[in-house]
Design a protein around this ligand. Structure first.
Ligand code: GUN
Length: 282
């Protein structure tokens, strides 16, 4: 049996359409600031997409491309200005930052209600209290893609491979909140296959091309591939898609799976940030 392919492009498109329609009826345009430091080629591609999406949805968008040598204090000053700017509802600083800048310090300088990436300590911490206001876009995308299959998460064995603060850990917490039984595998896990083979839901976010092979996957599993790896001119995920699709029940492709859905979730988070801005003292 061949897996059903989860079409992230299609689902994301309908979400972006609904964001656009909401924006049309808003008095004030959602304002998103995109900040990038240096010339990391992958970051440039991602930020270009985010800018294109926000323009298409008729957001008010400010983009800052700062020099690689920009000092930490100058970056913090810019974020402070954006925090105070009433036209800006969401502030996104693209990661990674150059080595001389403390990423955590910078991320935490964004006001939590403008943190459309959901990366501030407060927003990440809120994942524990089940009172999330702005959660990381990729993690929300993963949950929505699982739910799009009609799979009930409650009671399922969910295995997350990867423990990054921006994907693996938030996804694990969100699945736990939905009453799945969670296992998190990482680079020090002795025999990953032993765990992945038991997964009804398998989420992979490590950045290693084709790490997950067919014999590591349970028949009928929902497989969500967050990885984006470049092999020559081709983009591939962390899952050996061609072979795993023969055994999985549902699987996301790369490209066209989690990526477009993450972008759609960023747009939704920006709409949420507009709503939050009306509930905080300015
Ligand atoms: N770098 C890789 N993924 C992301 C993301 O989702 N947001 C930001 N700001 N940087 C990233």
């Amino acid at each position: 049996m061949s897996a059903k392919i989860i079409d992230g492009n299609k689902i994301a498109k309908s979400i972006i359409e609904s964001v656009k329609n909401k924006v049309k009826s808003m008095k004030e345009k959602p304002g998103l600031a995109l900040v990038m430091v240096g010339n990391n080629p992958a970051s440039e591609v991602y930020v270009n997409f985010k800018e294109k999406d926000s323009k298409e949805a008729e957001f008010y968008c400010e983009r800052y491309n700062l020099d690689e040598k920009t000092g930490e204090m100058d970056l913090l000053k810019l974020i402070n200005e954006l925090n105070r700017n009433p036209k800006i509802h969401g502030v996104l600083v693209q990661l990674p930052l150059p080595k001389h800048i403390d990423e955590k310090l910078v991320t935490d300088s964004i006001l939590p209600h403008k943190d459309v990436d959901g990366f501030t300590s407060l927003n990440l911490g809120n994942l524990l209290s089940e009172k999330t206001i702005l959660a990381p876009a990729t993690a929300i995308a993963v949950i929505k893609l699982i739910e799009s299959t009609g799979t009930r998460i409650e009671g399922k064995n969910a295995v997350v491979v990867g423990r990054s603060n921006i994907v693996g850990k938030p996804v694990a917490l969100m699945l736990l909140e939905k009453n799945a039984t969670i296992t998190v595998c990482h680079s020090k896990t002795k025999n990953i296959a032993e765990y992945t083979k038991k997964a009804d839901i398998l989420v992979v976010a490590v950045g290693k091309a084709n790490l997950i092979k067919k014999d590591m996957v349970k028949e009928g599993a929902v497989v969500i591939d967050v990885g984006i790896n470049r092999i020559g001119n081709k983009l591939v995920g962390d899952v050996d898609f061609e072979n795993v699709k023969e055994i999985a029940g549902f699987i996301t492709p790369v490209p066209g799976g989690v990526g477009p859905m993450t972008r759609a979730m960023l747009m939704e988070n920006t709409l949420k940030a507009v709503e939050l801005s009306s509930r905080v003292l300015q």
